[in-house]
Design a protein around this ligand. Sequence first.
Ligand code: APR
Length: 255
Amino acid sequence: MITSSLAERLREAQHVVVFTGAGASAESGIPTFRDALTGLWERFDPAQLATSDAFRADPSLCWGWYEWRRHKVLQAQPNGAHFAIAELASRVPKLTVVTQNVDDLHERAGSQNVVHLHGSLHSPRCIDCGQAHTLSLASDALPGDGSRIEPPRCSACSGYVRPGVVWFGEMLPEGAWSVGLAAAEECDVFLSIGTSGIVYPAAELPLRALGRGATVVHINPAQFKVSSQEHFLQGPASVMMQSLLREAFGDHPVS
Ligand code: APR
């Protein structure tokens, strides 16, 4: 329930953090991480594929899965949540978007300086020397069955190119984590959108914001356990974010 006091908190906020998980991209047709994987991938456990061991054990299977995900993102469009978050930047003095997602839908909706805690599907690099690799945007790379693709080789050292995402057991990008943590500890309002909140250290950010006295709001269609000091808006990200902006800022077009 968006109360008038919550709307006022957002309207008066000097610094808002928007923290997103896979649920923010769900309405763009991108499966959430813990949705049962569909089609080709239903027989795999994502947690088994999203590891450096999985890549070293079977580079083509792991690379094929990430290419399948990358192509789903290339074919997807930002949804109402991404656009509402991008609009929020013009309604408050400072907005920091921190995402666990590895897609670029925030950027394609107009958000800038998005902090990617778990990396990006669009920034692969050599697994040995770390050199960045540029991928084709064409969707021709997906063979018929879409499940196994030989990873490209690094032009500098011929090592395998790996996805530019953070795998289980790997450290978060230093810069992304410090920016995200500083924003969480400084903000007045922290909107946590579409995340199950079970993967650390990312899941620590709303707790840090709460500990500093920020107003913390969770947006999720699933029933979500929150503490008595937190707000919970039950519903899809696009619906709740657009309602929140309407309640806080009215229907006036951005001046
Ligand atoms: N709007 C908002 N939330 C939604 C929607 C929607 N339309 N649809 C689903 N959700 C919620 C689900 O209820 C769930 O709580 O989105 C959440 C998605 O949770 P996960 O699949 O666990 O994704 P996420 O929280 O982003 O996972 C965090 O875990 O596996 C790692 O690196 C991976 O970044 C990922 C991290």
